[in-house]
Ligand binder design. Structure first.
Ligand SMILES: CCCCCCCCCCC/C=C/C(=O)SCCNC(=O)CCNC(=O)[C@H](O)C(C)(C)COP(=O)(O)OP(=O)(O)OC[C@H]1O[C@@H](n2cnc3c(N)ncnc32)[C@H](O)[C@@H]1OP(=O)(O)O
Ligand SMILES: NC(=O)C1=CN([C@@H]2O[C@H](COP(=O)(O)OP(=O)(O)OC[C@H]3O[C@@H](n4cnc5c(N)ncnc54)[C@H](OP(=O)(O)O)[C@@H]3O)[C@@H](O)[C@H]2O)C=CC1
Length: 265
């Protein structure tokens, strides 16, 4: 049960990367709060698992296997969700790819893979959903999951940091363009969050995990449900005048990077 329980009754959202981690948690939280959810990702089995979890809890969901790098597949995703549920109310751009590599050693293919998923995929999804909302004349809301290194950068993540920064710029630009249509766009920047995907991509060894943990003033990783709760606030009517913003939910991680190294008074 979430703080937003019942506030999404009759609404429909698409969640990309909804087959795992944070995306699954957001999809489940939306469904718990009354929304119908279409989950998209490349792996059908993971999407089916999310749908089964939501249905078991009494909710309604649809799995639409989709590679967000393909704009035609994204258009088909939006049509499938609108056809099944009759309308759309918003989108969560959560799909991502990541791996740690020094920028100087990254191949053009590696750069393209991450930028295509994170930046191009978020744009294709946002464009397709915004067109549908304009057609419906209903307004709606789009949330993109980024990371604080979009503004402070981080060694080893040049592809992802650049792509997430692009998503933030896209959000701010379209927030202004689409405000007259009643469409709000915001970002959320989670700190280190306990998911299998991020664990494998970013802190695959115990040593790396401890290094990351040492940077978090709150002293722990986030639970995906904590990111989902904040996401529902941004997607829902409680944030009805909030657009073009980014909410950082990171246990103080990025503020904790003090120049002189002190983490306590
Ligand atoms: C040191 C960092 C610590 C940071 C601590 C802060 C923590 C908080 C902030 C965290 C923010 C963000 C977190 C996340 O995004 S977590 C999400 C992680 N989840 C995933 O990555 C799942 C999906 N991932 C994938 O599908 C793949 O990893 C991939 C992105 C590679 C895409 O898959 P695809 O099948 O399309 O790609 P290919 O395998 O064909 O590879 C494409 C090119 O990429 C090159 N590549 C792939 N892996 C690596 C690697 N490990 N190192 C270098 N290069 C790699 C590959 O060679 C291909 O390029 P070429 O064609 O040129 O060979
Ligand atoms: N966990 C963390 O510490 C943090 C995560 N984030 C962000 O949170 C979001 C979720 O990450 P997290 O849950 O940790 O990791 P996951 O690896 O679990 O999530 C990534 C999801 O994206 C999907 N995906 C990847 N490529 C594509 C594609 N081409 N088309 C469609 N879907 C795709 C994956 O499914 P499939 O492979 O089946 O396609 C997977 O479900 C990401 O945007 C990430 O950058 C931000 C800050 C911190």
């Amino acid at each position: 049960m979430t703080l937003e329980s019942g506030r999404f009754d009759g609404r429909t959202y698409i969640v990309t990367g909804g087959g795992s981690g944070i995306g699954r948690a957001i999809a489940q939280a939306l469904a718990d709060a009354g929304a119908r959810v279409a989950v998209a990702g490349r792996t059908a089995e993971r999407l089916d698992e999310t749908v089964a979890l939501i249905e078991k809890a009494g909710g309604e969901a649809l799995a639409v296997p989709t590679d967000v790098r393909d704009p035609e597949a994204v258009d088909a995703l939006v049509s499938a969700a609108a056809e099944r549920f009759g309308r759309l109310d918003g989108l969560v751009n959560n799909a991502a790819g990541n791996f740690v590599v020094p920028g100087i050693d990254l191949s053009p293919g590696g750069w393209r893979a991450v930028v295509d998923i994170v930046l191009n995929g978020s744009y294709y999804c946002t464009r397709a959903v915004a067109r549908r909302l304009r057609e419906q004349g209903t307004g709606g809301s789009v949330l993109s999951v980024i990371a604080s290194y979009a503004w402070h950068g981080h060694p080893g993540t040049v592809h992802s940091a650049a792509a997430k920064a692009g998503v933030l710029a896209m959000t701010r630009t379209l927030a202004v363009e689409l405000a007259p249509l009643g469409i709000r766009l915001n970002c959320i920047a989670p700190g280190p969050t306990e998911t299998a995907g991020a664990g494998a991509a970013l802190w695959a060894t115990q040593e790396a995990r401890e290094e990351v943990l040492a940077t978090v003033p709150a002293g722990r990783f986030a639970d995906p449900a904590e990111i989902a709760n904040a996401s529902l606030f941004l997607l829902g009517d409680g944030a009805s005048y909030l657009t073009g913003e980014c909410l950082t939910v990171d246990g103080g991680q990025w503020l904790g990077k003090q120049v002189y190294g002190r983490t306590s008074a």
